[in-house]
Design a protein around this ligand. Structure first.
Ligand SMILES: CC(C)(COP(=O)(O)OP(=O)(O)OC[C@H]1O[C@@H](n2cnc3c(N)ncnc32)[C@H](O)[C@@H]1OP(=O)(O)O)[C@@H](O)C(=O)NCCC(=O)NCCS
Length: 192
């Protein structure tokens, strides 16, 4: 699956960006990318991405089995990062979690949709059955973008997270089914 990368994709306005998995050599580029984000974009991100130590730790722990980061580059600069998180064991091992962050100058140009589709294809190829995204409900743009990619809001967790200004915010749990639901264990038993 990852053999297809790097690959060029075309945005709605005709610009081309290159998608490829993040590597340890990207540490500085990733740091610059997160530093270039506006406060509005950073406001509800899970981690303090301005902290270099966090980026360094991500790079040290890079393991595509657990977290696969696909970056988008434009003229040698990282302009987006999408990650697919998965558990390798336990009852949630068929579920992947998707996170997407896009440079303000590249938002609304189709890159979010492209990266979401990319995550779905990788998830299906990796045997995942469901994708989940956790999005602050106040980010209506992000909710709409994920709905356009086939995610449905299935629950809202009230006052669940604190933003970078320490304000509580609600989180929408958005789910996309990758294959029709069926109980594989009970089916196997029935045919045994
Ligand atoms: C949310 C985000 C990933 C969306 O990516 P994007 O590149 O801006 O989205 P796209 O241009 O691909 O648009 C995807 C769809 O959402 C819709 N959309 C995007 N922004 C919108 C807005 N402000 N209002 C309404 N719809 C919007 C588009 O019309 C498009 O729908 P379509 O496919 O039916 O045409 C991006 O804006 C972002 O990085 N936001 C900040 C970080 C964040 O909140 N991440 C989500 C948490 S994981």
């Amino acid at each position: 699956m990852l053999e297809e990368y790097p690959k060029k994709v075309r945005l709605k306005d005709g610009a081309f960006v290159t998608l490829r998995p993040m590597t340890r050599d990207d540490e500085h580029g990733v740091y610059l990318f997160f530093n270039s984000l506006s406060e509005a974009t950073r406001q509800f991100l899970r981690n303090d991405v301005l902290n270099r130590k966090i980026i360094t730790a991500w790079m040290r722990e890079l393991n595509y089995e657990k977290v696969l980061p696909i970056i988008a580059e434009y003229e040698g600069k990282i302009v987006a990062n999408a990650t697919l998180h998965r558990k390798t064991f336990g009852w949630g091992r068929h579920v992947g979690e998707v996170r997407v962050v896009i440079d303000c100058g590249f938002q609304g140009r189709g890159l979010g949709g492209i990266l979401s589709d990319e995550m779905c294809r990788i998830a299906v190829a990796g045997g995942l059955k469901k994708l989940v995204a956790r999005i602050v409900t106040a980010r209506e743009d992000a909710i709409k973008a994920f709905e356009s990619s086939g995610f449905e809001s299935v629950a809202v967790l009230k006052n669940y997270v604190k933003d970078i200004n320490q304000n509580y915010a609600d989180i929408a749990i958005m789910v996309k089914e990758l294959t029709p639901l069926k109980a594989e264990g009970s089916l196997r038993r029935r045919h045994a």
